[in-house]
Design a protein around this ligand. Structure first.
Ligand code: ADQ
Length: 487
């Protein structure tokens, strides 16, 4: 990111990259959250340094463990600074669980879960966005920092920062889909959200389709000049450039080369979970979220065993699901539904030690996930709607042996890049069941051809390219602004 060398970089997101929890001895234990956003931004911050402002979410009491509002991270090799914002339980309820996750999340995913809009949540969302914006203003040392605002929790921050720092370059990235105007239009505060985002210099989405939906939504609900051919929106002469930047993961992976071989990983996973010796291993890895299509996936596994009984006794599906937003009823009900479903499949097709579904409802660390990715014959991603989805990219990145098959939902942003996967409609049980069966029987040669091609895509369009494109567009805008100032 040479063009921005010397410029001040500030990231603002709800989620923090490192969580400090209290251990049983009263000390702090550090963990990494299961989050696509953190997976993507953290390598960029390690490369650029700067300050990351986020909501402090760990259980470690800052007075007890001397955990200040500001810590240098990563803990074992500090490279940038993390500035925490502490929210009260009421603020977290209204802003995070309420408006962001019961309102905006289902609104934008159109996943047939009805969004909930409460006036009190909206007021808290506004107040907390104000607090994040104030933190940016306090942290900024110059009047023209580069501010990277992340995601749907902070839609109002761009305009709030812009008001006080008109020279700032504000890059906002929306990590979830943007729906069509009819869907978005049911949000009672659609104008405020749009005007908040249009405080950005650059507004990024994963796909062109989401950009188009956004421009159409602006066109429908606010007075603005839209130049479709240049992807620019102007409100009262302030311009925002709307562009697609498909997010990705680090490449090479940080510890590449140090992993156990895929066959050793396979042996370890088979032993650990008591799987049949020649098991065909299918794998799902998700936050435990209703948008990820976990029910549809298990239905497809069930249908496949019903339709192709030769796989009973051999095929095992390992589902890893990291609990998330569990205080919301919608999530608890969904998590119970998935658990009941896996019990049902196991009682239908299991026998003796053989259980076709191994369900691990817990967070796994990075090394454990890599081991599973390397052990799995098939990785199944069945999102009902997903901005991008990084799990499919992590799977491909883990397979330096060029084996393994990816089954991927056409409703994940990733499907627009990863053409050599078996692309499915997760709502179509039969089609998904057939794709998993086809994957289970695919020859090693065909697996290799597909995997080589997928690996090229993930390698070439890695997260540094994502950030690099956005930052170099920002550098161009800054240059243009300086030139125009002189004129
Ligand atoms: P998420 O909805 O969180 O991200 P995703 O992109 O798949 O979805 O990223 C999940 C991350 O969490 C991955 O890095 C994965 O390894 C990790 N993870 C999942 N389950 C885990 C578990 N059980 N234990 C440990 N880690 C786990 C949002 C959007 C996506 C978009 C990203 C980035 O919803 O569409 O791709 O942001 O923009």
């Amino acid at each position: 990111h040479a063009e921005l060398r010397g410029d001040e970089i500030i990231v603002v997101s709800n989620r923090e990259p490192y969580i400090h929890d209290l251990d049983q001895h009263g000390g702090a234990r550090v963990r990494r959250p299961a989050s696509g956003l953190v997976t993507a931004i953290e390598p960029v911050m390690r490369a650029c340094s700067g300050t990351w402002i986020a909501h402090g979410s760990g259980t470690a009491d800052r007075d007890v463990v001397d955990l200040h509002d500001r810590v240098a991270v990563p803990p074992d090799q500090p490279m940038y600074s993390l500035r925490r914002i502490w929210l009260t339980p009421e603020e977290e309820q209204g802003y995070y669980y309420g408006f962001a996750n019961e309102g905006l999340w289902p609104l934008c995913h159109v996943a047939h879960v009805r969004p909930v809009f409460r006036e009190s949540d909206w007021q808290t969302y506004r107040a907390v966005n104000q607090r994040f914006a104030e933190a940016v203003l306090r942290e900024a040392r110059t009047d023209d920092p580069v501010v990277l605002v992340q995601d749907y929790h902070l839609a109002l921050v761009p305009a709030l920062v812009r008001e006080k720092l008109p020279q700032a370059t504000i890059l906002t990235f929306w990590h979830i889909p943007w729906p069509n105007p009819e869907s978005f239009g049911i949000c009672p505060w659609r104008r405020e959200i749009l005007l908040g985002l249009l405080g950005s210099t650059i507004l990024g989405f994963h796909t062109k389709f989401h950009c188009k939906n956004f421009l159409e939504t602006v066109d429908r609900f606010i007075e603005a000049r839209i130049e479709h051919e240049h992807s620019v929106v102007a409100v009262a002469e302030r311009e925002t450039f709307v562009e697609s930047y498909p997010i990705s993961i680090e490449w090479p992976q940080p510890l590449e080369g140090d992993w156990a071989s895929p066959s050793d990983c396979r042996r370890l996973v088979i032993e650990r979970h008591g799987l049949p010796e020649h098991a065909i291993i299918g794998l799902g890895v998700d936050r435990f979220d209703y948008t990820k299509g976990i029910v549809e996936r298990l239905n497809a596994v069930e249908r496949m065993l019903e339709k192709y009984p030769s796989l009973i006794g051999r095929f095992v599906f390992v589902q890893v699901a990291s609990p998330t937003r569990s205080s919301l009823d919608e999530y608890r009900a969904f998590q119970q539904q998935v658990e009941r479903l896996s019990v049902r499949i196991n009682s239908r097709f299991g026998a003796g030690r053989y259980q076709p579904v191994v369900f691990l409802a817990e967070h796994h660390d990075h090394a454990q996930l890599i081991e599973l990715y390397r052990a799995a014959d098939i990785c199944v991603v069945t999102s009902l709607h997903d901005g991008m989805n990084l799990v499919c990219k992590e799977y491909v990145a883990s397979r330096d042996d060029e084996q393994g098959v990816l089954v991927l939902s056409r409703f994940a942003g990733a499907a627009r890049e990863m053409h050599e996967a078996l692309i499915i409609n997760p709502y179509h049980v039969e089609e998904t069941a057939d794709a998993i069966y086809r994957a289970a029987r695919m020859s090693s040669g065909e697996q290799r051809e597909r995997m080589i091609s997928l690996r090229h895509t993930v390698r070439d369009f890695n997260v540094f390219r994502w950030a690099g494109r956005m930052l170099s567009d920002a550098a161009r805008w800054r240059l243009r602004a300086r030139v125009e100032e002189r004129v």
